[in-house]
Design a protein around this ligand. Structure first.
Ligand code: EPZ
Length: 435
């Protein structure tokens, strides 16, 4: 089982580079199902979830090249021969975002069998809103034996109003609508940059979409889509995680290959805590802190509000801020798995339902801790970077799902971090490393 060994105390100094956004790459890879031409995606992150998406597409009959050479980080996908439109449970259970193939499969083949994604550490994660909207477009969906079976001669444009804002729900239905007969009006859509990134790819493939990135999206269905080449957005959550790392360690860090425009709510909060943040260019941000952090409340919201995917990382920072901060998690019902581990390191955090109260500043002491999900893992890495002594983080495979070679990137700016166990790499081998 992979572990990280982290000795705290070093300020992070220098330049750290952000990879492509996992949560853009996943829907964009699914979008390749919509055409029998080749789709080429660049700036793909070398993370486990991308490998899982590759396996899923290949299991359906797609050809997927995935390379991470120096100049690459590219995938070429051809879904010309989709022989088996089934997303099998063995794969879906490891990545619930597999449900992103539901809409494109129905749109392209008229048939989809997708294993119901179970819940995960942070919540039940239902996809009822995806199902409801697809049924409104004429799909007949039957749930049995843990699978969704969806059929439609051809989906029909409809007026869809999402009861709740759902990121992958918006993306799934966008991909369903682009090949539907007639027009689709989608309201109460997610406005995340990953939705806009997907829409940019779909338009490059010949789709007719207006309003992506706003709450209201209009789609005019077309008969077919063609191939395209598209560069994936930088990962705004990885960038935000690195900004917090620069602040919590009292460092002076340049976060490069990012998009500052996607980080406004995170930057505002870090400045409220007393960090100094300068946007150096359209793709880099400098963050500095000499300590003396102040408490600042957060309430997670859909984009452009403070992202739920940054809540755990920000909570680690609040343990080092003077005063009491209230953290409200409004998106998921169980996204405080990092709290007890932070408390074991010395943090003072009290939970009450979806609200956590953090009292700082508390010195953190190194400990053996357990990662539970992707962003909780990031929170524990950040805490270990300032804890007194050497922490051991277990089950860091959670981290590998969404952070590319994070131990190498952090070591490159002065962190004392090494991996024990097997490193995930693009050749899908695992090699014993202690680096
Ligand atoms: C996406 O998940 C992201 N994943 C998540 O990132 C992110 O935390 C989340 O959006 C919120 O920003 C990907 O993009 C692959 P939702 P998604 O549908 O789409 C409820 C990470 O760390 N809901 O926007 O699954 C749901 O339970 C991951 O990279 C329904 O009730 O999230 C939640 O409470 C974690 N019914 C809320 O809506 C539905 O049909 C928002 O969920 C769909 C969602």
């Amino acid at each position: 089982m992979d572990k990280f060994v982290i000795r705290g105390g070093n300020p992070l100094l220098g330049t750290i580079r952000v990879s492509g956004a996992k949560n853009s790459a996943l829907p964009c890879m699914a979008a390749a199902i919509l055409t029998d031409d080749e789709v080429i995606l660049e700036n793909i992150p070398q993370v486990r979830d991308i490998e899982t998406q590759r396996k899923l597409l290949v299991s359906m009959g797609a050809e997927v090249e995935l390379g991470y050479g120096r100049a690459q980080h590219r995938t070429t996908i051809s879904c010309r021969l989709l022989s088996d439109p089934v997303a099998k449970y063995e794969i879906v259970k490891t990545m619930r975002a597999s449900s992103l193939v539901l809409g494109p499969l129905i749109a392209r083949t008229g048939l989809a069998r997708v294993a119901m994604p179970g819940g995960c550490a942070i919540g039940g994660r239902p996809i009822d809103l995806h199902i409801k909207a697809l049924e409104q477009m004429g799909a007949i969906i039957v749930q049995q034996h843990g699978y969704l079976e969806a059929r439609a001669q051809r989906l029909k444009g409809a007026h869809l109003i999402f009861d709740k804002i759902t990121v992958t729900g918006t993306e799934d239905l966008l991909m369903a609508a682009v090949l539907a007969e007639g027009d689709t009006l989608m309201e109460n859509c997610a406005r995340e940059p990953e939705v806009t990134d997907l829409a940019t790819l779909l338009v490059a493939m010949g789709a007719r979409i207006e309003g992506a990135g706003t709450s209201t999206i209009r789609v005019k269905g077309v008969e077919t889509l063609h191939g395209a080449r598209h560069r994936i957005n930088p990962d705004r959550i990885e960038a935000g995680t690195f900004l917090v790392a620069g602040v919590i360690t009292g460092g002076d860090l340049c976060v490069a290959n990012c998009n500052p425009a996607h980080l406004s709510s995170v930057i505002d909060k870090l400045e409220e805590c007393g960090a100094r943040i300068d946007t150096l260019s359209e793709d880099s941000i400098r963050v500095r802190s000499e300590g003396n952090l102040r408490s600042a409340d957060i309430s997670t919201e859909e984009y452009p509000g403070f992202p739920t995917d940054m809540q755990a990382q920000y909570m680690a920072l609040l343990t080092q801020a003077e005063g009491s901060s209230v953290v409200k998690e409004n998106i998921f019902e169980n996204r405080f798995m990092h709290v007890q581990e932070l408390v074991r390191m010395g943090a003072n955090i009290k939970l009450d339902g979806r609200t956590a109260t953090v009292r700082g500043k508390t010195p953190l002491s190194a400990a053996a801790v357990m990662c539970s999900d992707l962003r909780a893992s990031a929170s524990l890495v950040l805490a270990a970077l300032v804890a007194d002594g050497e922490s051991i983080l277990d089950r860091v495979y959670h981290m590998d799902r969404g952070y590319e070679r994070i131990e190498e990137k952090l070591r490159g700016v002065g962190a004392q971090i090494r991996r024990m166990g097997n490193v995930f790499n693009s050749r899908r081998e695992t090699v014993e490393v202690e680096n």
